[in-house]
Design a protein around this ligand. Structure first.
Ligand code: NAD
Length: 328
């Protein structure tokens, strides 16, 4: 009967992982979230109604909070963080505080867990942004790419810095205290319940309201990974013996798509005929961003299953009636 702790469990990826794990009645899941971004909406409530899920509202930057937790966890998914471009620009202090301190306290707490089999630390593709900007980068990008910190004076750098720090905590606490861990670097996960500050939900609204859509950097490519694939691969790497102590890209290398084709696909799913107004490339926008996902395939055999059009179709089915209730 595995006991599982999920930090940031009310958020986009956390709720989806909880739903998948709690489908197995043997799993006992404790969600922790301070609800700064996560919301107890109908989706989360339907998960919290399950007998094998309990919710604790708490702030994991408070060291004393960890003293209230039991010490019988087998797995920890550490997803709590302050994320998103707007937060990073407006609240870089919170990014530094929450993302660094919560990870430090979590690994301090992990020293006291006798049954712990794995901590999953959620890092990001953003960690490659400094290398990409200053030196150019291998695309598709493997986990071995050297990391470069961008301008240390910029608030934008706080997010990548906090995630680099988190990865370093995982490796060094892991080695010193025999704490088993896996680091995942998520690349552009999309799906229902991801909020409205992302290209796909933003496009749902733009396309609904306009017949002509401005598209900057139309030929630049990005690779999007549907939430169900992100969830399945996250659970797999957290439980798999070969991924202990490893850094793993989570993304969908097969679905790299030009921005203009992404917009056309979204319009097709919405059943709307649009005209594209192609604009020049945005300065600083990289021509390609795509993870190399051969490592996860090699170690676990995992391959993503949801193609972009199918993912957008499922996502639109969820968003369709909610487009006027935008929130962060
Ligand atoms: N969504 C993506 O594509 C993506 C990409 C790269 C990395 N990630 C990483 O994956 C993780 C989950 O991302 P997400 O998209 O689900 O984010 P999210 O914002 O939806 O979820 C994070 C949750 O953490 C909670 N939280 C914040 N501070 C807290 C605190 N002090 N104590 C307790 N809870 C707190 C928030 O309320 C929120 O519910 C993050 O660590 C993020 O950096 C996500």
């Amino acid at each position: 009967m595995p006991n599982i702790l999920i930090t940031g469990g009310a958020g986009f990826i956390g709720q989806a992982i909880t739903r998948a794990l709690s489908d197995n009645p043997n799993n006992h899941i404790t969600l922790v979230d301070n609800l700064t971004r996560g919301r107890i909406d109908a989706d989360l409530q339907s998960v919290l109604d399950r007998d094998n899920v309990r919710f604790l509202q708490g702030d994991i930057t408070d060291a004393a909070f960890f003293d209230t937790l039991p010490t019988n966890f087998d797995y920890i998914y550490h997803l709590a963080a302050v994320i998103g471009v707007r937060n990073v620009m407006e609240k870089p202090d919170k990014v530094l505080l929450v993302n660094a301190v919560s990870t430090l306290y979590l690994f301090e707490y992990a020293k006291r867990l006798p049954n712990l089999k794995r901590i999953l630390f959620s890092s990001t593709s953003e960690i490659y942004a400094g290398t990409l900007k200053h030196f150019g980068i291998t695309v598709p990008t493997p986990e071995t790419e050297p990391l470069t910190l961008d301008d240390i004076t910029s608030p934008r750098t706080t997010y990548m810095l906090s995630k680099m720090y988190g990865e370093s905590i995982a490796f060094n606490y892991g080695r010193l205290y025999n704490i088993p861990f896996t680091v995942v670097r998520y690349h552009n996960v999309y799906g229902p319940r991801m909020g409205f500050l992302h290209v796909v939900p933003e496009m749902f609204i733009k396309i609904r309201d306009n017949d002509t859509i401005d598209v900057a950097s139309p030929t630049h490519t990005r690779a999007f990974c549907y939430i169900d694939d992100a969830v399945a691969s996250t659970i797999l790497v957290t439980e798999h013996p070969q991924t202990q102590g490893e850094i793993i890209n989570i993304g969908n290398q097969e679905q790299e798509i030009a921005i203009r084709d992404l917009v056309r696909t979204i319009a097709k799913v919405m059943g709307k005929s649009i005209t594209l107004n192609e604009l020049p490339d945005t300065p600083g926008s990289p021509a390609r961003r795509c993870p190399d996902t051969s490592k996860i395939k090699l170690l676990t055999g995992f391959e993503p299953k949801v193609a972009l059009e199918e993912g957008i179709t499922r996502m639109y089915a969820w968003y369709k009636d909610k487009l006027d209730s935008r929130h962060e």
